[in-house]
Design a protein around this ligand. Structure first.
Ligand code: PLP
Length: 534
């Protein structure tokens, strides 16, 4: 495709995107195609000769779009929102136009520096402590592809941190000194590195003996709760470690309690296991639960090998609202968390993918992830004057994601960003009133931000838990069979010998959702529930 052909196809693509958004409300939200629908329509090898782009673009409309579930639709109430907007679309277009892997500052200085700037803007927008700001020279933020990637990345850092503490403890016990040549970013810098928790200290190398690494990593345990997203277990599996899901209870609205943490860590330490990381959640996927981070942080003071990661993939962006910061435990995060991550790409108005990860000590990442063969060295990196983001992440190359965050934050401004979040909260309050006014429905936990978790519970007679689960499974199946609404189900943990509770999540916050969509959605749920009961 030459420049003029691109100009033409580009204008047509913009027109097609505008038409899509003009008509989105009238479309079914849910794709109802059968498995294999697209495979059947496409040849089984790439074409021998290049095709005309107009044919390719038309196939997107006729073949691909029918298999798309419309996450931007006003009646998309499933999972959590994954919002895009025109600012993000344009940013992705510009970013792709200068496509480059930006792993070192020198690969494209603007990519690194824009990321540093927007991550500090966002840290301030969300009220994160200065220690998390890149400007501090100690901590800082990076944009990754997913909360899972953020979790795995910090888990690698947490493992190295834990090993360093073990070596230091051994040395203290045996009275020997640990020092030597510094490795990592700091080796090429001023001889100053940040300490375990981010404080600037004189560089000392902690050499981790291979036998200690081998004997310790197999005993390391990562902790979360039954409500922690699968990101925890997955990271532990990848690192060959155990993930222990601590119990949570309905009476606590499924929040992880500090006494449960203390008991587990004490028990495991006595067994010779090594607690190395705990994931606390702000806004769990099941119910929007917020763990008791302040109390947990207090407990962790007695377990210094434990790295505290706060996963706020969905709810974290709400820290942009000062009135919610206490509820979201911002002070505790600022006091105790080693790392904090939230997805701009959920409720945060930036198109998928853009996960923000902040660490209070950048050395936590660089000491674990800086591997610099000769071909990656640069004069600027060696001088220590720049950030080479490859040393903060698992992969080498990286997308130019900061552009879309920059476009969005500038175009909305703090006021517009807050207005968007408050809009979602308002919709959720509206729905909460409707649920509370429907006697045959119950909320299983109090509304959390823009998430409501409910089940149908007819009042005509006593129902067992098993019966209620069956009715609600049928209700969800009836909803899932339709194209005009999409809601996801979940199961809350079993308690008191009863089976877990099957329930339905109604997740708000999508930018296009209006009160009429919420009303229509709820009316449909009520009508189908009565049909199922009959
Ligand atoms: N953490 C929470 C609380 C989530 O709700 C989700 C996804 O919904 C994730 C983590 C995983 O996010 P990602 O897809 O970015 O890995």
């Amino acid at each position: 495709m030459d420049i003029e052909a691109f100009r033409k196809a580009g204008y047509q693509a913009v027109d097609a995107i505008c038409d899509y958004y003009t008509k989105i409300r009238e479309m079914p939200v849910n794709s109802t195609v059968e498995p294999g629908y697209l495979v059947k329509q496409l040849p089984d090898q790439a074409p021998e000769k290049g095709e005309d782009f107009s044919v390719i673009a038309s196939d997107f409309q006729t073949k691909v779009l029918p298999g798309i579930t419309h996450w931007q639709h006003p009646s998309f109430f499933a999972y959590f929102p994954s919002i895009t907007n025109f600012e993000s679309i344009l940013a992705d277009m510009y970013a792709t136009s200068v496509s480059n892997p930006g792993f070192n500052w020198s690969c494209s200085p603007a990519c690194t520096e824009l990321e540093m700037v927007v991550m500090d803007w966002a840290a301030k927008l969300f009220g994160l402590d200065e220690k998390f700001h890149g400007q501090s020279g100690v901590g800082g933020g990076i944009i990754l592809g997913s909360a899972s990637e953020a979790c795995l990345t910090v888990a690698v850092a947490a493992r190295e941190r834990c090993l360093r503490i073990l070596v230091e403890n051994q040395a203290t016990n045996s009275g020997s000194k640990i020092n030597g040549t510094v490795t990592g970013d700091s080796a090429r810098g001023s001889g100053i590195m940040t300490g375990i928790d981010g404080a600037r200290v004189k560089a000392t190398q902690v050499v981790i003996p291979e036998d200690l690494r081998a004997s310790s990593t197999s005993r390391m345990v990562m902790y979360g709760s039954t409500q922690t997203h699968s990101i925890g277990k997955k990271a532990a599996i990848i690192l060959g470690m155990e993930f222990r899901a601590l119990p949570t209870y309905r009476k606590d609205d499924y929040a992880l309690r500090a006494d449960v943490v203390r008991e587990a860590l004490t028990e495991d330490s006595k067994k010779g296991l090594i607690p190395f990381m705990l994931i606390a959640t702000v806004g769990s996927t099941n119910t929007g639960t917020i763990d008791h981070i302040g109390d947990i942080g207090q407990v962790l003071k007695d377990f210094p090998t434990v790295f505290l990661h706060v996963d706020a993939a969905w709810a974290g962006v709400c820290m942009a609202l000062p009135e919610l910061r206490a509820k979201l435990q911002l002070d505790a995060i600022n006091t105790y968390a080693h790392s904090f991550s939230t997805n701009f790409h959920k409720w945060g108005l930036v198109a998928f993918d853009a996960t923000a990860l902040w660490v209070r000590g950048r050395e936590l990442l660089t000491s674990a992830l800086d591997v610099t063969p000769a071909y990656l060295r640069t004069a600027q990196g060696d001088s220590g004057a720049v950030i080479d983001y490859r040393n903060w992440q698992l992969a080498l190359g990286r997308r130019f994601r900061s552009l879309k965050v920059w476009f969005v934050l500038r175009s909305y401004g703090v006021e517009g960003y807050q207005r968007h979040l408050r809009g979602g909260l308002e919709m959720a309050e509206y729905l909460e009133k409707m649920i509370q006014g429907s006697p045959d429905f119950e909320l299983l936990v109090p509304k959390s931000l823009a998430l409501l978790v409910f089940r149908y519970h007819p009042q005509d007679r006593e129902y067992t838990q098993t019966e209620l689960n069956e009715i609600n499974k049928k209700l969800h199946a009836a909803l899932a069979a339709r194209g005009d609404i999409i809601l996801t189900q979940t199961v809350l943990p079993a308690e008191n010998g009863e089976e877990g509770t099957f329930c339905i999540r109604f997740s708000l916050g999508n930018a296009r959702t209006e009160k009429r969509d919420v009303e229509q959605g709820w009316d449909l749920v009520v009508r189908l529930a009565h049909e199922v009961a009959r």
